[in-house]
Design a protein around this ligand. Structure first.
Ligand code: SAM
Ligand code: DTB
Ligand code: SF4
Length: 327
């Protein structure tokens, strides 16, 4: 399929040549100036009073051969997570219907694999078609893909593929050794070439520096085409993995600054406050929405860790006058 890999760069307001110093200059602006600029960019491209609600399901949990140092599902570490088999399609469709009834418009299905085996991919393709049949947007995250596998997902009607760069090129090797950053960039190219939209972001709060966080944004913004969705995860603490709570949770103002910088650098991407909202106050979430975040995961759990309760989210969005499937 012929797809324009530079589609987002054809939008006049999207640049793909960000320098780290420029990202840092934005990030270090006086706070009011940074938020004003981010909010102005946000209003050019999005309804500032709307937040997308997505829902997550772990199709296959744990026992993963990769050694991502933050993850409860890696077989390399002794965590509380038990490995499961791939779920049945009927159970997946029931979970998607439940998420739709709860207000989600996008359903994201994840599997703890290095990459899918062909037999497993058949099953996931059937799940994608079934979830699309409910009228939801579909996203899957299954690890690394070959071009053929990406084309099969596209044929099944998949809307988005999530595959994160996770952190800066410099910090990457401290967190993951079994798959390189280039492996990830190759998979992202296969996804693009297959005509699937890209969901790609990373994690903060793993002991990286502010420079690493900004380098991650530069990497994302300078991809051949900017991702349509950019999840920003705060590391959700899990016991037994190399990343530890001593890494320290990022300063809330630093989180808002990073979201605002992401919004300015990737003006037409949906920026998702992903994992880690359980640690955020209502005020910090409000600040992040003001800074340009416009998507959240809803539901009591993410994959293996906690997420804010639906009532708390509905209450917060209601108080802020933000529309979503929730309110
Ligand atoms: N196994 C697939 C892969 O990594 O390609 C997909 C699932 S994986 C859980 C998706 C992403 O979730 C990771 O790339 C990472 O950015 C994020 N993630 C995993 N564990 C996390 C945690 N404890 N806190 C925050 N984000 C996490
Ligand atoms: C992403 O960037 N965040 C989601 C989704 N992509 C698949 C996953 C968050 C996982 C948080 C840790 C857990 O619940 O195990
Ligand atoms: Fe496996 Fe994905 Fe966890 Fe890495 S992040 S260990 S690939 S499930």
């Amino acid at each position: 399929m012929a797809v324009d890999r530079n589609a987002s760069h054809n939008n006049a307001s999207v640049r793909g040549d960000w320098e780290r110093a420029e990202a840092e200059a934005l990030y270090r602006l006086p706070f009011a100036d940074l938020i004003f600029q981010a909010q102005s960019v946000h209003r050019e491209h999005f309804d500032p009073n709307h937040v997308e609600a997505a829902s997550l399901l772990s199709l296959k949990t744990g026992g993963c051969p990769e050694d991502c140092g933050y993850c409860s599902q890696s077989a390399h570490y002794d965590t509380d997570v038990k490995a499961t088999r791939l779920m049945d399609r009927a159970d997946v469709v029931a979970a998607a219907q439940h998420a739709k009834d709860a207000g989600a418009t996008r359903f994201c299905m994840a599997a703890a694999w290095r990459g899918p085996k062909d037999r497993d991919l058949d099953q996931v393709c059937h799940m994608i078609s079934a979830v699309k049949g409910l009228g939801m947007e579909t996203c899957v995250t299954l690890g690394m893909l070959t071009p053929t596998q990406a084309a099969r997902l596209s044929d099944a009607g998949l809307d988005f593929y999530n595959h994160n760069v996770d952190t800066s090129p410099e910090f990457y090797g401290k967190i993951i050794t079994t798959r390189t950053l280039q492996d990830r960039i190759d998979t992202l190219a296969h996804v693009r070439d297959a005509g699937i939209k890209v969901c790609c972001g990373g994690i903060i709060g793993m002991g990286e520096s502010v420079n690493d966080r900004l380098a991650m944004l530069v990497l994302l913004a300078n991809l051949p085409s900017q991702p349509e969705s950019v999840p920003i995860n705060l590391w959700n603490e899990v016991k037994g993995v190399p990343v530890s709570e001593t890494a320290g949770r990022p300063d809330p103002i630093a989180v808002a600054r990073l979201v605002a910088t992401a919004r300015i650098m990737m003006p037409i991407s949906v920026v998702r406050l992903s994992a880690g909202r359980q640690y955020m106050t209502d005020e910090l979430q409000a600040l992040c929405f003001l800074a340009g975040a416009n998507s959240i995961f809803i539901g009591d759990v993410l994959l293996t860790t906690k997420n804010p309760q639906r009532d708390r989210d509905a209450n917060l969005l209601g108080r802020l006058g933000i529309t979503s499937g929730l309110a």
